[in-house]
Ligand binder design. Structure first.
Ligand SMILES: Cc1cc2nc3c(=O)[nH]c(=O)nc-3n(C[C@H](O)[C@H](O)[C@H](O)COP(=O)(O)O)c2cc1C
Length: 312
């Protein structure tokens, strides 16, 4: 089996800095940007570069991992126009989001709402496919359904018929939110009805979850989101390329990269956010988190973090 691991798009989490850090650790074959929301307009180039700075480096992270840009919206024409713009800027591929559960997004007719209509999924994928050069892959990401998984086969077929090169399935409905479990058992049913590769997604936190997911789905492709934050070495470990360092060693570098990308305030918020995940797997990180979480000023936060890490 040729195992391929994808880093999940996570708005407000797997940005340029996190993609860079995680792909440098290794084990990741493919990334997708956080979603870029499209209403009825062509977005300015600066928005594409902000969402996907990798456009400046052949749409690859510094480690050489390809990055697809994800678009979210309900109108086929503007999505296609923006996809074509991304293609002209050198994007490696376009991923279409049909799974976002956020209320504001759904109210504006984007994300998971589209799971209610396979015709609309088909139309969006086909229109985008038609408007980007044939060498640029167009892919789609769905949930099992809006409030029932019974539509997942029809929706997968619609994405395939529209020309999606592969399909990522987050194995829950919109109504399920992020509540465990993920219903991996739907993947073999979908695979029985489409020919394109299916990327299995949802609730892979550890090697043991990956093994169970493999037993159920027998996929070659897996996407991991939140698990990557709790254990940045998970992808490597799944591939048997164990190189376990202490994730704490990555924190100061991560903070500095966030400052370069944005600002000290951003770096403080993002480092706290990551510590909040890392602490779940590790008691000493819990201790660091407890001591820095109340520090609001970036300079105090960074000093304390460095002090705690040097005593670790
Ligand atoms: C904070 C957060 C932000 C997310 N943002 C996106 C997004 O921008 N696009 C998308 O397709 N999915 C998004 N997702 C869903 C993830 O890509 C993934 O499908 C989901 O987290 C399940 O995988 P996991 O159990 O490995 O985390 C997001 C999830 C989280 C938790």
């Amino acid at each position: 089996m040729k195992l391929k691991l994808h880093l999940a798009p996570m708005e407000g989490v797997t940005d340029f800095v996190m993609r860079d850090l995680l792909t440098k650790i290794g084990g990741i074959d493919h990334c997708v940007t956080e979603f870029l929301r499209v209403t009825n307009q062509l977005l300015p180039e600066s928005v594409f570069y902000k969402n996907c700075p990798e456009l400046l480096t052949q749409s690859k992270t510094k480690a050489g991992t390809p990055v697809f840009l994800q678009l979210l919206g309900g109108q086929a024409e503007p999505l296609a126009e923006n996809a074509a713009r991304a293609a002209s800027l050198g994007v490696a591929g376009i991923d279409l989001n049909f799974g976002c559960p956020a209320k504001t997004v759904n109210r504006h007719d984007g994300g998971a709402t589209l799971l209610k209509s396979s015709d609309r999924i088909f139309n969006i994928v086909a229109t985008v496919r038609k408007n980007v050069p044939p060498n640029i892959p167009v892919t789609a990401k769905i949930r099992l359904g809006f409030d029932t998984p019974s539509v997942c086969i029809e929706n997968a077929q619609a994405a395939e018929a529209g020309g999606a090169q592969w399909l990522t399935v987050h194995c829950r409905t919109k109504t399920d939110g992020y509540k465990p479990p993920a219903y991996w058992e739907w993947i073999p049913k979908i695979k029985g009805h489409v020919k394109i590769p299916i990327v299995a997604n949802g609730e892979i936190w550890a090697i043991s979850d990956f093994k169970r997911c493999y037993e159920v789905t027998k996929c070659e492709d897996y996407m991991i989101g939140r698990g990557a934050l709790r254990d940045p070495f998970l992808f490597q470990n799944i591939k048997g390329l164990t190189q376990n360092k202490n994730p704490q060693e990555l924190l100061c570098g991560f903070y500095d990269a966030c400052v370069t990308y944005s600002s000290p305030e951003f770096a403080t918020a993002r480092t706290k956010q990551w510590l909040n995940q890392l602490r779940i797997n590790d008691e000493s990180t819990q201790n660091i988190f407890d001591q820095v979480k109340i520090l609001k000023k970036p300079i105090e936060f960074k000093q304390k973090l460095e002090q705690l890490l040097s005593h670790g």
